[in-house]
Design a protein around this ligand. Structure first.
Ligand code: PLP
Length: 430
């Protein structure tokens, strides 16, 4: 990689040719201010920017990376696949293997369709539930993010709402210009962690089984089971968006962990090993309503891509029971350490940890829904973010993103993060 440049130079050039200088908004540092670092390369728990600075990375591509950057097994699998061609427009054995692997770990996925992103997975799942039920309305939870398709972009957590909702108007408001009101007219947004009362016009309830786009908000006891029962009562389908939780929260994702079975599940991130992938799956009778068997259309030139499926299979191969035990232990140690370090400096902080996931909520009381999640002190987060970055630790540049400790974050790396966190928090609290 050429490194005869600086972050500032590249950002200036980027802004002249790419809107805001970035390919996805949060990367522009809008919530925290300052100049983004441009990554030159990454390995294990670290990224190096174009100026040669090494950072301990707890962003890990927002959860797409679980085994650390440039894991040799994944690099090798991708290289071998690339040598055989990068896309064919015809089915391959690896798609079958990846779908089989998903079904083995998540038995509710009797059939799986591969796509190219989490957004595509949820968008296609919503089309399928509407096609299968003949109903249009969908219920989502405030603060849950399901990608950027029109009908789901309302009160979408870490996707900063560019249009403010009118509190006196109960219908969903598009979170972005360019989303017609009609596109969210059948979207009903309700508070997380409360089971809504449904009626027989509802096609589905879609939920992040652990909310991870408004900081980390675990499901209250009984919440997911309550959703299952309420959906069954009115004949609506339950869709788990496991784009973050899938294959990270444990072998069987959130549904395996909490013992609640959805009708459809959406995946992304981990199952692509850091390449572009998504998937949705569920009961055979439902999934078989997809084209070419059924009337619900969905397609993709790069769906089931050879490189992405090779990377995904290699990543899943690393995720045995011991790996999940390690991930949880790392998150626990990091979570307890961060809570201690930030609290000792006098900051109000709650560090929720759920399995291998953790968040930083800068408030005195835990968040249980979007309203309480938004009590986090965003100005302090911005200062903490920069204080940590100055000390070589990269958090996500947004107060509603979570941390993604992975298999590459060993004890020494966690110690490095915690030492920096104590120091950073004292600087912020001054
Ligand atoms: N669903 C959830 C829960 C997510 O966190 C995300 C992305 O962060 C998505 C869906 C969209 O996935 P993608 O960014 O791959 O389109």
């Amino acid at each position: 990689m050429p490194t005869h440049t600086t972050n500032a130079d590249l950002f200036a050039r980027a802004q002249r040719v790419i809107p805001g200088g970035v390919s996805s908004p949060v990367r522009a540092f809008g919530s925290v201010g300052g100049t983004p670092y441009f990554v030159a390369r990454a390995e294990g728990p670290h990224v190096w920017d174009v100026e040669g600075r090494r950072l301990v990375d707890v962003v890990q591509s927002y959860g797409a990376i679980i085994a650390g950057h440039a894991h040799p097994a994944i690099v090798e699998a991708v290289a071998a696949a690339a040598a055989d061609g990068t896309s064919y427009g015809a089915p391959t054995e690896r798609e079958v293997l990846l779908a089989e692997e998903i079904r083995t770990r998540v038995p509710a996925c009797e059939r799986v369709r591969l796509v190219s992103s989490g957004t595509e997975a949820t968008m296609s799942a919503i089309r399928l539930v509407r096609g299968a039920t003949g109903r249009d309305r969908l219920v989502k939870f405030a603060g849950n993010y399901h990608g950027h398709s029109d009908g789901l972009l309302a009160d979408a957590g870490s996707a900063v709402a560019l249009i403010e909702a009118d509190p006196s108007d109960p219908t969903a408001v598009p979170g972005s210009a360019g989303v017609p009101r009609g596109a969210v007219a059948d979207t009903v947004v309700v508070p997380y962690n409360r089971v809504p009362e449904l009626d027989d016009t509802v096609a589905c309830v879609i939920v992040e089984p652990v909310a991870a786009n408004m900081g980390l908000v675990p499901p209250a006891p009984g919440f997911l089971a309550g959703l299952r029962a309420e959906c069954d009562r009115v004949g609506a389908l339950l869709v788990f968006d496991e784009v973050i939780t899938g294959f990270r929260l444990g072998r069987g994702g959130a549904q395996g962990r909490y013992g609640v079975t959805p009708d459809l599940s959406c995946f992304g991130k981990v199952i692509g090993g850091g390449l572009n992938v998504g998937a949705f799956g569920g009961r055979a009778d439902l999934m078989d309503q997809m084209a070419p068997l059924g009337p619900v259309y969905q397609a993709g030139t790069l769906s089931g891509n050879p490189l992405a499926t090779a990377a995904g299979l290699a990543a899943l191969d690393l995720l045995d029971d011991a790996a999940y035990t390690r991930l949880e232990a790392t998150a626990r140690r990091l979570g307890e350490g961060l809570a201690g370090a930030l609290g000792a400096a006098g900051l109000d902080v709650v560090v929720p940890v759920e399995g291998p996931l953790l968040g930083i909520h800068l408030a005195a009381d835990p968040a249980v829904d979007y309203d309480t999640a938004r009590t986090t002190d965003t100005a302090t987060y911005a200062r903490l973010f920069h204080a940590l970055l100055d000390r070589g630790i990269a958090l996500a540049p947004g107060p509603y993103e979570i941390l993604f400790p992975g298999l590459a974050h060993d004890d020494a790396t966690v110690d490095e993060v915690l030492a920096a966190a104590g120091d950073a928090a004292r600087a912020v609290a001054e």
